[in-house]
Design a binder for this molecule. Structure first.
Ligand code: ATP
Ligand code: MG
Length: 253
């Protein structure tokens, strides 16, 4: 990886770019993953590279849903494995969630490498190598494990593909997504759409889950029942508008 000086004004963003590029070199991220990262970066610019109020609200509801779930599962793809393997493991630990590898550009080697990457970052068990169930999809993301994504009541699918998100919702699951694009099909079909950077969202959710574990169950249930995803999504779009208005006023001086 190129050495990025920590005082560089775009340090976080450049570091993330290096991590995804390293993921491609290591064989855990597909080359298409670079394009997904670029699209994410551009939305993050528009958002202002911060966790907005609507994102934090969604993250709170998501942490509650994971804590209350009977069989929560975190789905991991090549970008997630490159960008934040240790953060996935922390969130899984605090919420007692399983981790399952699920890939659009699936090869057995890539699945193996991602599992090894997660284990090197502290995961004890990672599902996805032996899919014994199938979602009604025509691509490789259909391949799932029956004790993982297939039977999960709550699934966290960061950087999701819109197709599978729709299927999982149709199956009656609570689907939590992390996607910087509030306009994507994924964001528009999920139960809880977190419009935030993967790295920030995983950190926030882990912290929130840690605090919320001390709360009474009814409080967590209330958080979920009062959460309105449409409001959160339109909030995310308004926050982009507001941010752009501020920037444009600054430039006008
Ligand atoms: P959809 O099928 O849902 O409309 P898409 O085809 O636009 O999605 P994909 O290329 O399938 O998008 O997935 C990449 C998505 O992940 C993009 O919407 C992008 O904004 C988002 N993304 C990429 N990197 C990050 C990141 N680091 N944090 C959060 N979101 C990200
Ligand atoms: Mg897509």
């Amino acid at each position: 990886m190129t050495d990025i000086p920590q005082d560089h004004p775009r340090y976080e963003s450049l570091l993330a770019r290096e991590k995804v590029a390293a993921g491609v070199k290591m064989g855990i991220t597909s080359i298409q993953g670079l394009i997904a990262q670029g699209r994410g970066e551009s939305f993050d610019y528009l958002i202002g590279e911060r966790s907005t109020e609507s994102a934090l609200n969604a993250e709170r509801a998501a942490a509650a849903a994971l804590l209350l779930a009977k069989n929560p599962v975190i789905s991991v793809n090549g970008n997630v494995a490159a960008l934040a393997p240790e953060k996935v493991v922390s969130l899984a630990d605090i919420t007692d969630a399983k981790i399952e590898v699920n890939l659009f550009h699936r090869t057995e080697t890539r699945v193996h490498l991602i599992i090894e990457q997660l284990k090197a970052n502290g995961a004890s068990e990672v599902l996805g190598k032996n899919p014994d169930a199938s979602l009604e999809l025509s691509h490789a993301r259909r391949l799932v494990e029956s004790r993982g994504i297939y039977s999960a009541d709550v699934v966290l699918v960061p950087l999701e593909d819109g197709d599978r998100c729709e299927k999982l919702v149709e199956m009656g699951k609570t689907v939590i997504t992390i996607d910087l694009n509030p306009l994507s099909r994924t964001s528009r079909t999920a139960t809880i759409s977190i419009v935030d950077n993967l790295t920030r969202a995983l950190e926030n959710m882990t912290e929130l889950a840690r605090e919320m574990k001390k709360e009474r169950k009814e409080e967590l249930v209330k958080l979920i029942t009062t959460y309105e995803n449409k409001k959160a999504l339109s909030g995310a779009i308004s926050e982009i508008q507001e941010h752009l208005k501020t920037l444009s006023a600054e430039i006008e001086y």
